[in-house]
Design a protein around this ligand. Structure first.
Ligand SMILES: *[C@@H]1O[C@H](CO)[C@@H](O)[C@H](O)[C@H]1NC(C)=O
Ligand SMILES: *[C@@H]1O[C@H](CO)[C@@H](O)[C@H](O)[C@H]1NC(C)=O
Ligand SMILES: *[C@@H]1O[C@H](CO)[C@@H](O)[C@H](O)[C@H]1NC(C)=O
Length: 624
């Protein structure tokens, strides 16, 4: 009833009444989220916490329906690290890859299993509990389709979204958040594809592969997961994909091949018949022979498919022997079929084309007031950070909710303002415990705004790529800022790089700028970088050239709290930026300085100003 009422209120504010009647038929909600997977639930949690009117539409009867079927072999590959030796809850989230964010301590996935890589079935239990305990508003069994934009002059973006479900029920939404993930199997348009088994339906019974020769198309985690599941039963497995194997531990990208899945690399490199090779899948076709076996044929450039000359000319062609089975494990893509054709959904160029195009504020590149949350929002940090995975998008969902709060409700990005004397300890605390900027390194970063009155304003986990638009996007005035970013060395990671080389790490603070492993880096700007500077910065850099830059040397324990190696250089840097003395003193020391020097360090000044001082008001000019 309330929803209907607000719809009509919205209607009557509109200038054209006719337009409005058309516009506002159906149930109206301010925020509609499509999909009750981890991304949708996390977004629902933040909207609920902000007191917004929202609903999550879920086509199935449970939360996280994707996990009913996937991963097919049921083993999650996000780490379930229950112990870190520390009790700091924020720190511990740095190593908990499955939990969603909430204030409820019981809703930590680490409590659901003792296994490092638990079963996906447990994740369904977890998501159910998360939704039920927190009372996240999910409307189950609601399959949304035909999403369209409707002009509505009273809406903030001038449009609202309308959609219907399988019962032709109509819903209207002020803002739309798409959290449907990427769940549509990627099936290339190849000749002979009909002979190929898909990852989504392939048999899970190793007996079905007994004594078979198998080819797997694909080179990602699902391909290797499949190989590991059946290779004990097969004659051999070949895997083919366009590019070389990208090992997660070499690239620092969790979407690349994880060690937990890479058993087949052993049997390949130890010449135990299995093999991995590179070829462009788009240039092959699959042919069925008379005895039901499958052969891969390469389409020669410029010749027609009928010309069988090609690979037969080479009697050592790697895939010359027929296969009993070919399995497709080529990943998933975003499903645009829920949109009416009138709604444009474009895709980035290149490898990220499986995702919808979005801007750095997670808004659709094509549609105002439409946002993407969860794994489908990964195009902004594809192959760079963790935004495609639960431990990453739980923070980008939080960032999106904060951006929405300012844009639509006038609530500034949450911040803390404190005297400048506290800045050093504040930064040290954050670099040692913050989880969002750790998981989403080089995507979300803390920002310190240096106020003109000896205070600073601290914003946590702000999108790095929006730094130039920080005033419009956060609601905070800002001129002089320090951005605190966690980053890897620019040339360290990569698919072919020797990341175990002997000189891989440094412990020398004077060599901090050569740190390879994840380490904090401070960028001071005396004015906000411009859009142009953001655009034309060198590709390997995360931000445009700052006025002053400081690397904190990498640390084996990721504890940046060494008085000499970490804190002292940081303090000197801040003193240099602020042109002031940041040391902490005891009262007696302040007294002594006051008696012997013409200016007081910050710490003493604050001490005095707080009324805990020991001398009269002429303290600054005291001289002997
Ligand atoms: C959801 O639906 C499936 C059948 O599609 C059924 O087996 C299952 O029990 C239902 N679960 C709940 C929680 O309603
Ligand atoms: C798209 O919207 C138009 C206008 O409402 C409608 O006529 C058409 O049937 C819709 N297309 C689909 C696929 O639902
Ligand atoms: C200093 O400036 C900040 C930001 O403009 C403001 O929030 C804060 O209240 C000011 N503090 C004092 C003591 O004036």
């Amino acid at each position: 009833m309330m929803a209907l009422l607000s719809a009509y209120l919205l209607c009557f504010q509109a200038i054209t009444v006719i337009l409005c009647v058309v516009t506002c038929a159906g149930t109206y909600t301010d925020y509609c989220i499509i999909g009750a997977g981890p991304g949708g639930l996390q977004m629902g949690y933040f909207l609920q916490k902000s007191g917004r009117e929202y609903v999550i539409f879920e086509k199935s009867n449970i939360s996280g329906n994707f996990f009913v079927q996937y991963p097919r072999h049921r083993k999650l590959i996000s780490i379930n690290k229950r112990h870190t030796g520390k009790t700091n809850k924020e720190f511990n989230m740095r190593h908990d890859w499955n939990s969603l964010l909430s204030d409820d301590e019981d809703l930590r996935f680490t409590r659901y299993s003792k296994q490092m890589f638990p079963s996906a079935d447990l994740y369904l239990d977890y998501l159910r509990d998360y939704q039920q305990k927190l009372g996240i508003n999910v409307q189950f069994n609601t399959e949304i389709s035909n999403i369209q934009q409707e002009p509505c002059e009273s809406a903030p973006d001038g449009v609202i979204y309308s959609m219907s479900d399988q019962n032709d029920e109509i819903y209207k939404c002020g803002r739309l958040i798409v959290a449907t993930g990427i769940a549509k199997p990627n099936i290339p348009n190849l000749e002979g594809m009909e002979y190929v088994d898909g990852y989504e339906t392939m048999s899970m019974d190793p007996d079905d592969y007994e004594g078979q020769t198998v080819l797997i198309l694909g080179r990602g985690n699902s391909a290797f997961e499949t190989a590991t599941h059946i290779y004990g039963a097969t004659n051999l497995i070949h895997m083919v994909a366009r590019s070389r194997v990208r090992l997660s531990w070499a690239t620092h990208y969790v979407g690349d091949l994880r060690a937990v899945n890479n058993e087949l690399l052993d049997t390949y490199q130890l010449k135990s018949l299995d093999g991995v090779l590179e070829a462009s899948i788009s240039e092959v076709r699959i042919v069925k022979t008379g005895n039901g076996k499958l052969i891969l044929k390469i389409n020669e450039q410029g010749s027609n498919n009928d010309d069988e000359r090609s690979e037969d000319d080479f009697d050592n062609f790697a895939m010359r022997e027929p296969y009993d089975r070919i399995i497709r494990c080529l990943g998933f893509e975003f499903d645009s079929s829920i949109f009416n054709v009138s709604v444009k959904i474009s895709h980035p160029k290149g490898r990220a084309k499986k995702y919808p195009s979005i801007k750095y504020n997670y808004e659709s590149a094509d549609n105002l007031g439409m946002f993407v949350a969860g794994t489908a929002s990964h195009s902004v940090d594809f192959r760079k950070s963790a935004g495609g995975f639960i431990h990453g998008f739980r923070y980008t969902a939080q960032a999106l909710s904060r951006l929405l709060e300012w844009r639509y409700h006038g609530n500034k990005w949450p911040s803390i303002t404190a005297p400048i004397s506290q800045l050093l300890t504040h930064i040290i605390r954050r670099i040692n415990e913050a989880s969002g900027s750790y998981q989403m390194f080089s995507v979300l970063a803390d920002v310190v705004i240096l106020d003109s009155n000896d205070t600073y304003t601290y914003l946590e986990e702000f999108p790095l790529k929006l730094i130039d638009e920080m005033i419009e996007q956060s609601g905070h005035e800002a001129e002089r800022i320090i951005v605190i970013n966690l980053q890897y060395g620019p040339t360290f990671s990569g698919p072919g790089n020797d990341i175990f080389r002997l000189d891989r790490a440094t412990g020398d603070p004077s060599e901090a700028h050569n740190s390879n492993f994840l380490h904090p880096c401070l960028y001071y700007y005396d004015r906000l970088p411009s859009e142009k500077e953001m655009l034309y910065k060198p590709k390997v850099e995360h931000l445009p050239k700052p006025s002053k830059l400081h690397h904190i040397v990498e640390d084996f324990l990721t504890s940046w709290d060494g008085p000499i190696s970490h804190i002292l250089p940081l303090r000197r840097y801040l003193e240099n930026v602020l042109d002031t003395d940041m040391r902490s003193f005891f009262a007696e020391e302040c007294m002594e300085i006051a008696l012997t020097q013409s200016t007081l360090p910050y710490h003493c000044e604050k001490y005095y100003m707080n009324g805990e001082g020991f001398m009269g008001s002429k303290i600054r000019t005291a001289s002997i």
